[in-house]
Design a protein around this ligand. Structure first.
Ligand code: C2O
Ligand code: CU
Ligand code: CU
Length: 501
């Protein structure tokens, strides 16, 4: 096999291919469980071991300080991963993953989005405190061939690791698994780590390739469990190699951009120091973690310190995690360990740097003025997605209706939410527009208080577990909350929150 065919990022993408969109012959495809063929047997393994590529930065087209301006084009792009069998991805600007957006707290961001797909799309700014009408919700689709401008200003205090992805009603899962997702980093001028720690970005995505090189549609099993692919990629590469100097400490921002795969990440012979979650830095570093669970949609910032000798190597992997999915063992899901990348030690050493003992203040949200209780459930339904006997995935017994308001909150009021999972599968719960603080988790009658103050926008609610968090919404308007297993979201495991004065 020809190694040149395996470079996913950079110039190897064919711009000629981008210029001629290929139509799949169905404008608004509806998933039809039971009618899609089973995935073809996994093709020959992709080539591993290339140096980890840096994410391509989305260039700032504005010369005005404090302003970021750019264009994202939702478009097909073709890339040959399997010799002679090109794969068509759906991308932002022809890249998988999408370009990385990097801005400073306080910046005004203006991004033009052009939809060159043959179905509606939106760009959702996952985790960012942007106004509801700029958040790419399913209520504001961009028609095929149309474009729009998203504009928002990012407040001081919002520094963190976020991402962007489509959020079109019923098509989010497909657009993401075909390649549409990108990292969005907001930097702070007062970041206590930025000068001392080399930064790496790990965007972890899932790819299923059929033996002809195509990306098959979701199967009935995918709609049930959420899709897991046959390759887990880092920055679009299969098991790449990340270099580190002995003694060096690196800051890794890791994003789980998969539709449904739980990543229980561990690095052989190393521990992680957790320094940040979805919404930015913790109050203080948490050293000595042998593993970190990243549910779909979640991000972390960790410090990895190179404690081994020159020439050593260690594998970053995802350990088995039982999320209650049915029949996932055969697909490489819950029961297997998956290598993600290899950390390769260089010869030249780096002098160790001291870890600050404090990162930033996090004030606990105060006494709640209102309480909400949400129930996640699943059960046999009347066929939400076009066939009888399909599972339904519900919040408070209801399936998503964009014209219905399910909950209301008062702006700037502290609320306490209990999310109660009464199903036998884990669901990563996500709320738009803000960050929350987890208070406790209850499972099997035992309540475990959360000991670390952290800002999150996704929390895993394990099977038959309930999770309590505190939250404040600071902008008026409609917000989504949903399961971040994207097939569940597309099937209606989502609700609408109206934030009122
Ligand atoms: Cu990342 Cu409403 O989603
Ligand atoms: Cu979101
Ligand atoms: Cu779910």
């Amino acid at each position: 096999m020809d190694r040149r065919h395996f470079i996913l990022l950079g110039s190897a993408w064919s711009v000629a291919a981008l210029a001629r969109p290929r139509h799949r012959g169905r404008g608004v495809p509806q998933p039809m469980p039971g009618t899609v063929p089973a995935p073809a047997s996994p093709p020959t393994a992709l080539t591993a071991g290339q140096p980890l590529a840096d994410l391509v930065r989305l260039p700032n087209g504005s010369a005005t300080p404090g302003t970021f301006e750019a264009t994202l084009i939702a478009q097909r792009a073709s890339k040959t991963l399997l010799a002679g069998r090109p794969t068509e991805f759906w991308t932002y600007n022809g890249l998988v993953p999408g370009p990385m957006i990097e801005v400073l707290e306080g910046d005004t961001v203006r991004i033009r989005v052009e939809n060159r797909l043959t179905q509606e799309t939106t760009v959702h700014w996952h985790g960012l405190p942007v106004p509801p009408n700029q958040d790419g919700s399913p209520m504001d689709p961009i028609a095929p061939g149309a474009s729009r401008i998203y504009e928002f200003t990012l407040p001081v205090g919002s520094a963190g690791t976020y991402w962007f992805h489509p959020h079109t009603h019923k098509h989010t899962a497909e657009q993401v698994f075909r390649g549409m997702a990108g990292l969005f980093v907001i930097r702070s001028r007062t970041d206590p780590l930025s000068d001392s720690f080399a930064e790496k970005h790990l965007v972890i995505s899932d790819l299923r390739l059929a033996s002809d090189g195509s990306i098959p549609a979701d199967t009935a099993m995918d709609w049930q469990n959420g899709r897991e692919g046959n390759y887990v990629l880092v920055n679009g590469q299969y098991q790449p190699t990340l270099g580190i100097n002995p003694g060096q400490s690196q800051r890794w921002r890791i994003l789980n951009a998969t539709n449904a795969r739980y990543l229980r990440v561990a690095l052989d012979q190393h521990t992680f120091t957790l320094v940040g979650t979805d919404g930015g830095l913790l109050a203080a570093p948490m050293p000595g973690l042998s593993e970190i669970l990243l549910a779909p949609g979640q991000r972390v910032e960790v410090i990895v310190t190179a404690a081994l000798a020159a020439g050593a190597a260690a594998v970053l992997k995802s350990l088995p995690y039982e999320r209650g999915a049915m029949g996932m063992g055969m697909m490489g899901g819950g029961s297997s360990t998956i290598p993600l990348l290899t950390v390769q030690y260089f010869r030249s050493t780096t002098l160790p740097v001291a870890m600050p003992t404090e990162l930033r203040p996090i004030a606990p949200l105060g006494t709640p003025a209102a309480y909400k209780h949400l129930v996640l459930s699943s059960g046999m339904g009347m066929g939400m997605m076009g066939g009888g006997g399909m599972m339904q995935f519900l919040i408070d017994g209801k399936s998503f209706d964009p014209t219905r308001v399910d909950l209301t909150s008062r702006v700037n009021q502290v609320e306490q939410w209990t999310v109660d999972n009464r199903s036998s599968m884990d669901h990563p719960f996500h709320l738009h527009g803000t960050q929350f603080q987890v208070v406790s988790r209850t499972r099997g009658g035992a309540t475990i208080p959360e000991t670390t103050l952290a800002w999150r926008d996704v929390v895993n609610v394990a099977a038959f577990e309930s999770v309590v968090f505190k939250v404040v919404q600071s902008q008026l308007g409609m917000r989504m909350y949903h399961c971040h297993i994207l097939e569940h979201e597309d099937q209606g495991m989502m609700g609408v929150l109206d934030v009122i004065a």
